[in-house]
Design a protein around this ligand. Structure first.
Ligand code: IPM
Ligand code: MG
Length: 351
């Protein structure tokens, strides 16, 4: 089959890691008889430099026309330390989420047996961890009213959710749990926040539609703690935008292999697949960044196109590269490491 893939490589290490994922997708195409037609478009700091807009209209058009979008990373230090900057790369990401209706961010976290010693946690705690954080991505405090008082000495952000937004993400979480270990943990701050009480109210109703799935309710502070103490007890965690931002970063370091974790942002118009790590500007252009999270994001992309066997082949070859030590310096440690491009070549050749 033929597929249209939007490619938004972005900033920092984005272009080099995306290049490796494309090598692997092309190898999948050759092996399974598909053709992936790529269209590149600008996003992030590079888009600001070239067009003044971090998510230009042309890029949006490319995404809208694509069956799926592969995304690298955005962010540039020249904006991070300048609170007065009028446009920032992150606005491109948020604009893209909103305009494409990317309402659900899915971050699976599972341990790789051969990398267990990389975890900051004890082996008995992390062994067999297999959970997924589902974060609402187009609502909440990220998109609510914000501003400053007239005299500029006070500021506010608003966490706003509609019943429909909450219901939509909860249902998606239940569908995921149905295909996994049949447990949903709804994370909120219902002891304090009105928006969280709405979440809980909706969840208590939606829960009844999925009787084969166990539902747990947890306050976010407690969830942050339990994620470190007993990560194994979670299957699907579902939560609002900012709690999800924080908890998914926390969850991602449990396995000790942040460079390996992919994500999917599911949308109404199309879906976007990207590594969870950032643009790692210090490593840009050096051919040392770990491309595996992006390659695994490509595997999630293939799954979204219903190419399940193809996705499995990608995951298998990634596992093989880790087991056989064809990995970048972040994983290789003292042993001999490969360059970013060599990992991509190896994966494509061994798929
Ligand atoms: C993420 C990032 C973004 C977010 C930033 C870059 C705006 O941290 O995708 O998790 O907060 O959503
Ligand atoms: Mg984040």
């Amino acid at each position: 089959m033929d597929f249209k893939i939007g490619v938004l490589a972005g900033d920092g290490i984005g272009p080099e890691i995306v290049e490796q994922a494309i090598k692997v997708m092309d190898a999948v195409g050759n092996k399974f008889g598909h053709k992936f037609n790529y269209t590149e478009a600008l996003v992030g700091a590079i888009a600001i430099d070239e067009t003044g807009n971090p998510y230009p209209d042309e890029t949006h058009e490319v995404c809208m026309q694509s069956d799926a979008v592969l995304f690298g990373a955005i962010g540039d230090p020249k904006y991070d330390n300048n609170p007065a900057a009028k446009v920032r790369p992150e606005q491109g990401l948020l604009g893209m989420r909103k305009k494409l209706g990317l309402y659900a961010n899915i971050r699976p976290v599972a341990t790789f047996p051969s990398l267990m010693d990389k975890s900051p946690l004890r082996k008995d705690i992390v062994q067999d961890v297999d959970l997924v954080v589902i974060r609402e991505l187009t609502g909440g405090i990220y998109f609510g009213a914000r501003g400053r008082s007239e005299d500029q000495t006070a500021a506010f952000d608003t966490c706003y959710y509609t019943t429909e937004e909450v219901e939509r993400i909860l249902k998606l979480a239940y569908v995921y749990a149905g295909k996994r270990n049949k447990k949903v943990t709804v994370v909120d701050k219902a002891n304090v926040l009105a928006s969280s009480r709405l979440w809980r109210e909706v969840a208590q109703r939606v829960e009844k539609e999925y009787t084969d799935i166990e539902t747990d309710y947890m306050l976010v502070d407690n969830a942050a703690m339990q994620l470190i103490q007993w990560p194994k007890k979670f299957d699907v965690m579902v939560t609002e935008n900012m709690f999800g931002d924080i908890l998914s970063d926390e969850a991602s370091v449990i396995t000790g292999s942040m460079g390996l974790l992919p994500s999917a942002s599911i949308g109404k118009e199309t879906s976007v697949f990207e590594p969870i790590h950032g643009s790692y500007p210090q490593a840009a252009g050096q051919d040392i960044a770990n491309p595996l999270a992006t390659v695994l994001s490509a595997a999630m992309l293939l799954e979204s196109l219903d190419l399940l066997e193809e996705a499995q082949a990608v995951k298998d070859v990634v596992n093989k590269s880790i087991e056989e030590g064809y990995v970048t310096v972040d994983i290789a440690g003292e042993s001999e490491s490969c360059k970013t491009s060599q990992v991509g070549d190896w994966l494509a050749a061994n798929l």
